[in-house]
Design a protein around this ligand. Sequence first.
Ligand SMILES: [Fe+2]
Length: 334
Amino acid sequence: MDVRKVRIVRRHDERPNIMYVEIEKWLLDIGDVLEFDLFMAEGKLTEKTLLLSKHIPINSDIKIEIDSRHAIYVRQSDLEAYNIFVDKIAQAVARNEHIPVIKKAAIIYRQASVILDEMFENPEELENVPKTKKVVNTFVNTIFSDTHAIESMIKITAYDYYTHTHSINVCIYSLSLGSYLELNSITLQELGMSALLHDLGKSRVDPKITNKKGRLTEDEFDEMKHHPLYGHTIALKIGIRDNRILDGIRHHHEKLDGSGYPDGLMGNSITLFARIIAVCDVFDALSTQRSYKERMSSYDTLLLMKKTMQHHLDMVLVDSFIKMQQHSDALTAL
Ligand SMILES: [Fe+2]
């Protein structure tokens, strides 16, 4: 994919005052000379400090600073320059088997991010479907190609919450959990598509509601509750016919005790895809940072899910998710 041809237009209504975009810091290396400035966050969430000006090579001190930060940002107006940089790296990485899997994972994440941006801008554009399939296929192939791929992919999930990064994170978590459960590659491909598109219906909900920082009113929540149905309708419209994919999109907010939406399904009538996506959706929503709240640690998030959501989420899957996280932490420590 030639990202240089893609004009990146983030939904302006998603974070009205945003001027900076988080980038995949794993792609930055000593000696790189960039066409964009790098920023880090200090103090309040919205404040960013210049870390490195463009055209100055990254030295070892800057690299240590980059590695020690949770997130590195570029100006929104520099996003296109950043995508050109990723495009150049992608070609080099494709030719080199010795490049660490974390770099490969970060490149796929960026490519997924570009496509999801397009998808949320033009949800009914048929051309986006094969691109989305290709991204999921690359994720699945990466998982099967390297024993460290899952922990690398979990490591690159973004900390800041946007609808499209949330969708990619949920896709990565769902594929990691599915792989831990030893689902085959065809099933993983379908699960990944369903997870990546699970919130596509939010593109039809009034942005004033999807971007609201406080609690939703009853009417607003009623409208928000339509997004699984909207997503199901859009998915059908763009030619997705696989029932497992459609079902995951439609039923990711169903709860085991029947109190979920849109169909109030109970227990085993909620399919595996919907139950997996639900666990990963809740985990990511709680553990990422929003403009109005700090992120919760993975440990606290999982504890909260175990303690308070046993009537909503499949606890066997939550336990598997915890074991999968422990497994990937253990691999990281090796
Ligand atoms: Fe959702």
